[in-house]
Design a protein around this ligand. Structure first.
Ligand code: SAM
Length: 231
């Protein structure tokens, strides 16, 4: 028996590539986007009642990580990328049916559009359902996950003077909290755990329509070098 699902909308996100997206929602409150709903869910009836809801669960497709072969074990980045564990003990993107779930803040809703923050979703992500967060049921005091018992440790993020100025200018142009977005995402140290980069190695990622470049002057600090409009 097979079942088919259809997207009810797509996320327009600040994240234009997978690199440097936080590994879970709520880790970067400045990560914002808009869920554009498809017909017939773009009608006002579909969102009636959401004005009383601060957070929603999104069920979505990991559309850039779909695979035809089942994987029983995966190597989660948070375990350093060299220890493999059962796929069902992880929130890895490579999984049966490619379905992800994220609880995100609902900033504003209008027919056809939900404005979201704290997202961990790539631009273009197809969403297959939305459910309201239910605090009494979804918050589980005393819950245990020994493999993921705390958010990832943060690294210190500093700026070159020109990069900070560039970031403020682009933030103003975009009307987005770009400085905070860069700081929150880079603080989670996007480099693969096994990489100890030399200071001369530069990294880059696209957020909104700008390219952010940084390096590691020391093993656990980041310095943003430039924030430039993408060519
Ligand atoms: N919160 C979700 C969950 O638990 O199902 C996602 C967790 S997954 C570890 C988060 C990563 O998924 C992000 O760091 C990003 O690189 C990746 N990602 C986000 N949207 C994606 C998409 N549409 N396709 C493939 N990978 C995606």
């Amino acid at each position: 028996m097979t079942y088919s699902v259809m997207p009810i909308g797509h996320v327009r996100s600040c994240f234009k590539e997978k690199f440097a997206i936080p590994r879970q929602p709520a880790l970067a409150s400045a990560a914002r986007g808009c869920l554009e709903l498809l017909a017939p869910y773009d009608r006002a009836e579909a969102i009636e009642g959401l004005e009383g809801v601060s957070h929603v669960w999104l069920l979505f497709m990991f559309h850039q990580a779909l695979e035809s072969q089942p994987r029983l074990k995966v190597r989660p980045p948070r375990l350093g990328g060299n220890r493999s564990i059962g796929v069902f003990a992880t929130r890895a993107t490579h999984r049966p049916n490619g379905i992800g779930q994220s609880v995100v803040r609902l900033e504003r809703a209008e027919p056809g559009k939900l404005w979201l923050s704290g997202i961990d979703l790539l631009d273009g992500t197809p969403v297959i359902d939305i459910k309201p967060y239910v605090p009494y049921a979804d918050h589980v005091p005393g819950a245990i996950n020994r493999l993921a018992d705390a958010p990832p440790a943060l690294v210190a993020v500093g700026w070159s003077e020109p990069a900070l100025q560039q970031a403020h200018q682009h933030a103003h142009r975009l009307g987005e909290p770009l400085v905070e977005l860069i700081e929150q995402c880079l603080a989670q140290d996007p480099r693969p755990a096994y990489q100890v980069p030399p200071p001369e190695r530069h990294y880059g990622v696209r957020l909104w329509d700008v390219e952010v470049r940084w390096h590691y002057p020391t093993v656990d600090t980041i310095r943003v070098l430039e924030v430039v409009a993408q060519a």
